[in-house]
Design a protein around this ligand. Structure first.
Ligand code: ZN
Length: 142
């Protein structure tokens, strides 16, 4: 299953220091009425929380990093969940020595500096719903 979509707007900007990264991106989408889109970002965080999905247990475990890290890459999408825009993003973070870590972006990741590009897309709505096979809130499969 896929949807044909077109880019209607591109928003570029910077988040504020101290913002919760996931909440700030979600608020941006709500404020701008974005229900379908993709987001990329880079910058740095003061601390981070990322999830890893345990496929057997069907639960997320979370890792917290209470130190400054670079945002090497953030990639995400925006669709509808429970009638509201939901940002699903994964983040790769860089350590002082150049090593990388990352995961599913979770609340508790605090912005130091973050530059984002948000592509606003138009097309049929994509809505997340519970997927029996994975236990995740996914888009419909074809
Ligand atoms: Zn994820």
């Amino acid at each position: 299953m896929h949807h044909d979509v077109t880019t209607t707007r591109v928003l570029m900007g910077r988040l504020r220091r101290g913002d919760d990264l996931l909440a700030a991106l979600t608020t941006l989408c709500r404020d701008e009425g974005v229900t379908l889109g993709r987001v990329t970002a880079l910058g740095a965080v003061e601390c981070a929380c990322v999830g890893f999905y345990d496929q057997q247990a069907r639960t997320y475990s979370y890792l917290t990093f209470d130190r400054p890290l670079e945002i090497l890459a953030l990639v995400g999408n925006i669709s509808l969940r429970d009638g509201a825009p939901a940002v699903h993003a994964h983040i790769t973070l860089g350590e002082e020595d150049g090593r990388a870590l990352g995961g599913h972006l979770a609340p508790g990741t605090r912005v130091f500096a973050c530059e984002f590009t948000l592509d606003v897309l138009a097309g049929p709505a994509l809505t997340r719903g519970y997927d029996e096979e994975t236990g995740l809130p996914l888009w419909p499969a074809g």
